[in-house]
Design a protein around this ligand. Structure first.
Ligand code: HDD
Length: 663
């Protein structure tokens, strides 16, 4: 494993207490950690018991506020490597030469749920990357959906209050399927486009390794000559994209609430390092008004067919954290952490974000020194006249803590732009102070419609089901009706089918979607599907008569992850059977290979349930001999005999053309 600059820096903070004597925090060796100091064997505890007090006080203060959004997450270290010298578009040093490597730390998250909520809920996923560059920290704080619910940051508390558990009973946890969320949507129609993505398979990813990331807001690149571009950021997973199906996602939430966290951790431990290419879309300042949407509107994408992607480099996540709290919980991102060459635009959502992130760290991490926490520390040195505050670690020497000064030769000194000083892009701004929004932000349905017409039939069917599910959980019929009417602006058939499913009237006459002729196929996940077998996880059902040796080597050759399942744990020959039908569940695998039958009727029944669920979720099923699986499945798509056939079926992904599956 490469010791990048950040990992080297972190080393000095690590403590391994293996084989060490136990001490108090003051270093005093402890003789007894089992008993409080009491007055007599059955008497009260004494206040002089400093050991008890220190231990208990620390425990009492262990918790910090969870993130107000994105509380549930997991993270990993890695490295970003630039493909080229990109100085023609940005002077950012980490993009300045081919092969230049920059340490990164990435935190993936859900948005709505609490810190202990399930991973596989229907939600947007956060994709936040901290680049430890030689010029300071750069944070790209993105999501796995390229647009947002609202256009102006002042509405962020509202959309979040609406989606969070309802205030009177704190139900439901990590779900958008409830009244307040859909009431908000019905009354804030700018969210229409985002809702289409939220109801799509993007909101239930198979893993963090198989989802895209987007910077969402429009940023600005500036080169050394001062020339600027509007820029949108994209992360493309090298494995391709894959999602769960809804029935499966709900079941996984119970069977393994840590499903995504475990998947990322296990794959990094196994050396299956997730990779993502960083791409940008670029537009020149003079193209600002060339589109039928506003470039500053965060509810809009720039269709890739109109504005192509340029690849900048590749990120590889190759190391798990040592301590979840110290690293993953304490990491503090902020879209305002930028380096020379990266700047902001007047996107009204971004502008508000630039205030919110530092503000939230002050309450979450307890004061203004969170940049000193090991995970947040820049790898380049930092000097200024900021001093003191809770938990200050730096020991600033000398008498001077102000600028300008004469006693220290006026240092730390300001740095001219040509020596790396950050200079804001000098955009001309002129206007009246008003609370209003440009009319160019008013079209809420064209791109929602474009998204809809760009999807495959299966993807569209999933949206119909998702909307029926979500609204089916809404108790207030008026809200269901308002949403049906609202989405007639996207597709009348969609709205009518959902209305039928949830028992409300079809959409009002006269509501028609905009006439969108050009789709954007790139928004469909089918454009970049996770094909192949690499890192796919399969359950292989075996007993002592099975050809485990051959199966293991055939699947290993395909870089698949295999778990053998049988009626009992223990060893069959050299192979450890780690899972049984009771400890494992078919929703946790990408495919199933059956090479065993069982005499016990209860075990046979459990195997049948395994096959049924795998079938229901459109996943590949392989078997050694036909009698090993139910005859009704044998001629179904995605079901085949023999290892080679199974490998091919698994490589294709899901088999949505099944006769009676659900999902
Ligand atoms: Fe945000 C966290 C992404 C809009 C305010 N946001 C947070 C995280 C991600 C995003 C990935 C988790 C970072 C982590 O892992 O620690 N947020 C986005 C994206 C947005 C967005 C892509 C739309 C473009 N956010 C947004 C707005 C506001 C915030 C409009 C407020 C004005 N976001 C926050 C926050 C959080 C946060 C309250 C909570 C925890 C934190 O910042 O560190 O400041």
């Amino acid at each position: 494993m490469e010791e990048n600059k950040k990992l080297q820096q972190l080393k000095q903070y690590k403590v391994n207490d293996n084989e060490q004597p136990m001490t108090t925090n003051q270093g005093l060796k402890i003789t007894d950690d089992e008993h409080s100091l009491t007055a007599g064997l059955r008497g009260p505890t004494l206040i002089e018991d400093f050991h008890f007090r220190e231990k208990m006080t620390h425990f009492d203060h262990e918790r910090i506020p969870e993130r107000v959004v994105h509380a549930r997450g997991t993270a990993a270290h890695g490295i970003f490597e630039s493909y080229d010298n990109h100085s023609a578009i940005t002077k950012a040093d980490f993009l300045s030469e081919a092969g230049k490597r920059t340490p990164v730390f990435v935190r993936f998250s859900t948005v709505a749920g609490s810190r202990g909520s399930a991973d596989t809920v229907r939600d947007v996923r956060g994709f936040a990357t901290k680049f430890y560059t030689d010029e300071g920290i750069y944070d790209l704080v993105g999501n796995n959906i390229p647009v947002f619910f609202i256009q102006d940051a002042i509405k962020f508390p509202d959309v979040i209050h609406a989606v969070k558990p309802e205030p009177h009973n704190e139900i439901p946890q990590a779900q958008s399927a409830h009244d307040t969320f859909w009431d908000f949507i019905a009354h804030n129609q700018e969210s229409a486009h985002m809702i289409m993505w939220h109801l799509s398979d993007r909101a239930i990813p198979r893993s963090y390794r198989t989802m895209e990331g987007f910077g969402v807001n429009t940023f600005r690149f500036v080169n050394a000559q001062g020339e600027a571009h509007f820029v949108k950021f994209h992360w493309k997973p090298v494995l391709g994209m894959a999602s769960l199906v809804w029935d499966e996602a709900q079941k996984i939430a119970g069977k393994d609430p840590d499903f995504h966290r475990r998947d990322l951790y296990d794959n990094i431990e196994a050396g299956n390092y997730p990779e993502y290419e960083l791409c940008v879309q670029l537009l020149k300042p003079e193209q600002e008004h060339d589109f039928d949407f506003d470039l500053l509107d965060p509810t809009k994408i720039w269709p890739e067919e109109q504005v192509p992607l340029h690849k900048l480099g590749k990120m590889t996540l190759n190391r798990n954290v040592d301590n979840f709290f110290a690293e993953t919980e304490q990491v503090a991102f902020h879209p305002g952490h930028v380096v020379p060459g990266i700047d902001f635009t007047n996107d009204p959502l971004l502008q508000g974000r630039l205030f919110s992130y530092t503000d939230t760290q002050l309450i979450r991490l307890g004061g203004p020194n969170f940049h000193e926490l090991p995970i947040n520390r820049s790898v380049c040195p930092f000097f200024n006249n900021q001093r003191d505050g809770y938990g200050r670690q730096t020991i600033n020497v000398g008498r001077v803590s102000y600028h300008k000064n004469g006693m220290q030769n006026n240092t730390p000194h300001e740095v001219p732009e040509e020596d790396g000083g950050y200079r804001h892009y000098e955009e001309k701004v002129d206007g009246h102070k008003i609370r209003a929004r440009s009319e160019s932000f008013n079209d809420h349905f064209t791109q929602a419609r474009m998204f809809w017409i760009s999807l495959t039939d299966v993807e569209r069917e999933h949206i119909v089901k998702a909307m029926s599910f979500e609204l089916g959980k809404v108790e207030t019929l008026a809200i269901r009706q308002q949403i049906v009417d609202m989405f007639a602006n996207v597709c009348r058939d969609l709205a009518t089918t959902v209305a039928q499913n949830i028992g409300v009237e079809p959409p009002q006459e006269g509501i028609e979607p905009p006439d969108v002729k050009t789709p954007s196929p790139a928004v469909s996940m089918e454009q970049r599907p996770a094909k192949g077998t690499a890192t796919k996880k399969v359950a292989v059902v075996v007993n002592d008569k099975s050809a485990i040796e051959e199966l293991a080597s055939a699947f290993d050759e395909q870089h698949m992850t295999v778990e053998f399942i049988s009626s009992k744990q223990g060893f069959i020959r050299d192979f450890e059977i780690k899972q049984t039908f009771d400890t494992a569940h078919p929703v946790l695998y990408d495919g199933l290979y059956v090479d065993a039958t069982f005499d016990c009727p209860v075990t046979s029944r459990k195997l049948q349930t395994f096959v049924d669920d795998t079938y229901n979720h459109y996943k590949a099923i392989g078997y050694h001999e036909a009698p090993l699986i139910d005859a009704q499945y044998v001629n179904e798509p995605g079901v085949g005999q023999g290892v080679q056939t199974f490998i091919e079926l698994l490589a294709e992904g899901r088999h949505f053309d099944r006769t009676f599956a659900i999902g």
